[in-house]
Design a protein around this ligand. Structure first.
Ligand SMILES: [Zn+2]
Ligand SMILES: [Zn+2]
Length: 564
């Protein structure tokens, strides 16, 4: 299958997930290095994978019958019941530990697939191990998990893999440079161009390291926020903005609540740094995930209490937390998108009263990078809460990224990150986006690249396309329809009585269903027509002919207009 598309010496990139039509999830990239011995003419091939993520919206795939959907890596992993892979992957490199980049690992392990060695930073590998424990999946004997840190170079077969620091929203993020004796490529992973970090590890993107590469032949960029204007916030800048809010005389004596995404550990560290500088204690009250992430920081050499001994950092409900007055501390919580498990959201909805929320509270909730409707969610909830008792609560106020620029919480490169920092420093000959919310956005970014004089491909490479990188240039040499693995799960109750997924029950290899190309809209249209036909034939069996055509086309129009 893969043998003809990569017989010439060079590097070959095939996105297996992440270059979907209308979603950015399931990041997974196959890189194959092909070299030819000058004397014997013998061809050698080495394949690695970068990231193995899951589709975060399984409901959108194949009628939503599967609870988990991950790329089907039949060409590089030995999967039971599938043909032997032609080019088995020699290693898996992880850019970071977000689920859209690592969760396919748990599906494959439960399927009994033997995986090659997995490389990631200490933070990423620890997160992976913790996730095995949390899911009660035994780590298979023989599965090697190896650490690689920024600056390290690993040799795999005929390929060199160099790790570089990336700057995202959690610690331990990497970009990779891949090279063989012919050519080189750069894979950014999730990153912005921020060169600062609030974790005190000096970690941020090193543009000097980019410059030192002196131009790679090909680069695959995190395009999640590429269409957003301006620079993404830097952690150093965000810390200063938070500090100003904490020290603002207008907020003196009031309760200050900071909401943020539970997984944004970098931001958690920035807000705690700002609190320490403003002489405020910190109470963390954002639910289980945020607490786990805070503890994980401590376990990985980022003990913030040790770093800021003059303040107390306590988790809600602890003895220390009881001793701190709300006006003397910063309460850090979740819920910027109205997440229903957030203690803050539960409080606003009147579902749980344990969250301390005073009537003078100043709420800092910088949601950006999500749809406006989602940003308004928390504002709506707060409005509803105030309306219930306006006499007392009308003094509450909310500060968003609209009011104070520089507190937005994106971990992805925006327009100026690319065109002012990343692209001119790396000077890659050809640049393509991955991890973009839609094909349209990807194409827009590629046009911006062309307009600014940067090399790119003539077409957005979808999942299953193979790009050949040679000294002569880059081109799409194959377009194969990708497959996915859908897994069904048993359910169990968590401690709050909610249904959660338990164990993988069964799995099967599924077609793309247009997920990569956008044709799934037509699939959906066909399905709706079928449903309508069934309904219609039950009620009225006559007169189907012409009527049906009219209805069909109106359904199709509706679906097109929706655009998902
Ligand atoms: Zn990420
Ligand atoms: Zn991601």
């Amino acid at each position: 299958m893969a043998s003809t598309k990569n017989s010439e010496p060079g590097l070959y990139w095939t996105p297996k997930g992440g270059n979907n039509h209308e979603a950015m999830f399931a990041s997974c990239h196959n890189y194959t290095s092909v070299t030819k011995d000058k004397e014997t003419g013998k061809v050698s091939k080495t394949t690695i994978l970068i990231d193995m993520g899951q589709n975060e919206d399984p409901k959108d795939f194949a009628d939503g019958v599967y609870q988990k959907v991950v790329p089907a890596l039949t060409d590089c992993l030995a999967i039971p019941g599938q043909p032997e892979p032609e080019e088995p992957a020699a290693a898996i490199f992880l850019t970071h530990s977000h689920s859209d980049h690592i969760d396919a690992i748990f599906e494959y392990v439960q399927m009994g697939v033997e995986l090659p060695p997995i490389y990631g930073t200490e933070y990423t590998i620890n997160a992976l191990r913790a996730e095995f424990i949390k899911r009660q999946i035994p780590v298979p004997e023989g599965l090697e998990m190896k650490t690689v840190e920024a600056g390290d170079t690993i040799e795999i077969g005929n390929m060199k893999v160099e790790a570089l620091a990336a700057s995202h929203s959690i610690p331990g993020c990497l970009s990779f440079k891949l090279s063989n004796e012919e050519v080189s490529a750069f894979h950014s992973g999730d990153t912005k161009s921020d060169q600062t970090s609030s974790l005190g590890d000096g970690r941020g993107v090193s543009l000097d390291a980019y410059r030192a590469m002196e131009g790679v032949d090909f680069a695959v960029w995190d395009g999640a926020m590429a269409n957003r204007s301006g620079h993404s916030t830097s952690e150093a800048g965000a810390k200063e903005e938070y500090k100003k809010i904490f020290e603002d005389k207008a907020n003196e004596g009031k309760q200050i609540i900071v909401a943020m995404p539970a997984a944004h550990s970098q931001r958690l560290a920035s807000v705690i740094a700002a609190a320490a500088e403003a002489g405020k204690h910190v109470i963390i009250n954002g639910g289980a995930t945020m607490e786990i992430n805070y503890v994980a920081l401590g376990d990985n050499g980022y003990d913030l209490q040790e770093k800021y001994p003059d303040i107390t950092i306590a988790t809600a409900g602890s003895d220390e937390a009881q001793k701190i007055k709300p006006e003397d501390c910063i309460t850090i919580t979740t819920g910027i998108y109205g997440e229903k498990n957030s203690p803050f959201v539960k409080k606003l909805q009147g579902l749980d009263d344990s969250f301390v929320l005073r009537d003078d509270a100043v709420i800092v909730s910088p949601a950006v990078g999500k749809a406006v409707s989602e940003r308004e969610k928390i504002e709506d909830l707060l409005d509803g809460y105030i309306e219930k008792d306006p006499d007392h609560r009308s003094g509450m106020k909310i500060i968003t990224a609209e009011t104070v620029k520089g507190i937005g919480s994106s971990g992805h490169a925006q327009h100026d990150d690319f065109f002012q920092d990343l692209l001119p420093a790396l000077k890659a000959k050809v640049n393509v986006p991955t991890h973009v919310g839609s094909a349209k956005k990807a194409e827009r970014f590629m046009q911006e690249l062309r307009d600014a004089g940067y090399g790119t491909l003539s077409e957005y490479p979808r999942n299953g396309y193979t790009v050949q990188v040679t000294k002569q240039g880059c081109q799409i040499v194959a377009k194969e329809e990708v497959k996915w693995i859908g897994a069904k799960y048993s359910k169990k109750k968590d401690k709050d009585g909610n249904d959660v997924l338990d164990k993988q029950l069964s799995w099967s290899v599924e077609d793309d269903h247009g997920f990569s190309t956008g044709d799934f809209r037509q699939d959906n249209a066909r399905k709706k027509i079928k449903e309508w036909q069934q309904k219609n034939s039950q009620g009225n069996n006559q007169d189907k002919g012409n009527n049906q055509n009219n209805v069909n086309s109106s359904i199709i129009k509706d679906i097109k207009r929706d655009g998902r």
